[in-house]
Design a binder for this molecule. Structure first.
Ligand code: NAP
Length: 322
């Protein structure tokens, strides 16, 4: 059967696919355009989706053989999974394998913005380090502070566990409160979102992108944050109103922000680029070689299961029979 892979992946998982199926890979250095995608999917049985947007237009034009779109990533807001289900197409994701790596990156950029690591690095490289000075490049303490985690699922909880090592108080917000024994085990306290943003020194976002999480952090919530607090976003860009964030930073309503994802990715709201108290990374939350290779293995496993007529382990939609 024909499998279309929309961007280059490491050889080991690709070879697992090649052993059973005909694999066609997008060889360009950029993602395929919607029309290129449609052309490749016209006779494909499966798609391994690496960062591509699969919307209604694409789904209306794919060929009748397409059984599965195996997303390479846990967040699958790039695929219209409900519409795919109506067309009888399975959609899968890659949970768990990227949890710890993404939590690590969340901490890397949290620490970087609080302790001004990027600014300090630039300072040294620019030859400005003239010897120890007691009040140069001072930042904010992380240890002992309060972190508020919005979206306390797999990644949010992994971020929370790390916070305990820094002696921090952990607040969390989900739509559904966790069982008391889980809260106890994670030393985490439930808070409604307004209380969480008001009381946290670091607000860390780990929700999926859904209609209800779009602009979850808007001008109102930013103005509720402490002027000394930092916002960390390693979820999805549109969870934050980036224009309101820029405004809050310029007006010093919050102390800083660390962003791995952007509202109109890959574009970044221009004013953010000029601010020293903002750390920016290019959507590398799960970006270690080990994890990104493991994600590909999980996508391949899902895809092979579907082509074998089985239910893939990480199915996220309910396709109608066809
Ligand atoms: P997860 O285990 O499903 O956790 C998501 C959490 O968000 C759940 O606890 C859920 O709890 C909560 N949630 C959902 N809707 C909410 C709402 N409206 N308000 C408050 N909480 C809400 O997912 P995960 O594996 O941790 O991944 C989380 C997200 O991280 C992914 O969807 C992806 O977009 C992003 N991510 C980014 C990167 C990167 O490279 N930057 C890497 C990996 C993942 P309730 O259902 O009880 O509300």
């Amino acid at each position: 059967m024909k499998v279309y892979v929309s961007f280059w992946l490491p050889e080991a998982p690709l070879n697992v696919l090649r052993a059973k199926h005909t694999v066609v890979i997008n060889e360009k250095a950029t993602l395929p355009t919607p029309d290129e995608l449609v052309a490749h999917l016209s006779d494909a049985d499966a798609m391994l989706c690496v960062g591509s947007k699969v919307d209604k237009y694409v789904l209306d034009h794919v060929g009748p053989k397409l059984k599965i779109i195996a997303n390479w990533g846990v967040g699958y807001n790039n695929i219209d999974a409900d519409y795919a289900a109506q067309k009888g197409i399975m959609v899968t994701n890659t949970p768990d394998v990227l949890t710890e790596t993404t939590a690590d990156l969340s901490w890397a950029i949290l620490m970087a913005v609080a302790r001004r690591v990027v600014e300090a690095d630039a300072h040294v490289r620019a030859g400005k380090f003239q010897g120890f000075a007691p009040f140069t490049m001072l930042g904010a303490d992380v240890w002992g502070k309060t972190i508020g985690i919005v979206g306390f699922g797999r990644i949010g909880q992994a971020v929370g566990k790390r916070a305990l090592g820094f002696g921090m108080k952990v607040l969390y917000h989900n739509r559904k409160r966790l069982a008391p024994e889980t809260e106890l085990a994670l030393s985490a306290t439930y808070a409604d979102i307004d209380t969480l943003v008001r009381e946290s020194d670091f607000v860390s976002l780990h929700v999926p992108l859904l209609d209800e999480t779009r602009h979850l952090i808007d001008a109102r919530r930013l103005s509720q944050m402490k002027p000394s607090a930092f916002l960390v976003n390693v979820s999805r860009g549109p969870v934050v109103d980036e224009t309101a964030l820029l405004e809050a930073l310029v007006q010093k309503k919050i102390a800083g922000a660390a962003l791995d994802v952007f509202e109109k990715e890959p574009a970044v709201t221009p004013g953010l680029l000029e601010l020293p108290n903002v750390v920016l990374t290019p959507h590398i939350g799960s970006g270690s070689w080990e994890t990104r290779t493991n994600m590909a293995h999980v996508s391949v496993k899902n895809l092979l299961a579907a082509l074998d007529g089985k239910t893939p382990p990480n199915l996220v939609n309910k396709p109608v029979a066809r």
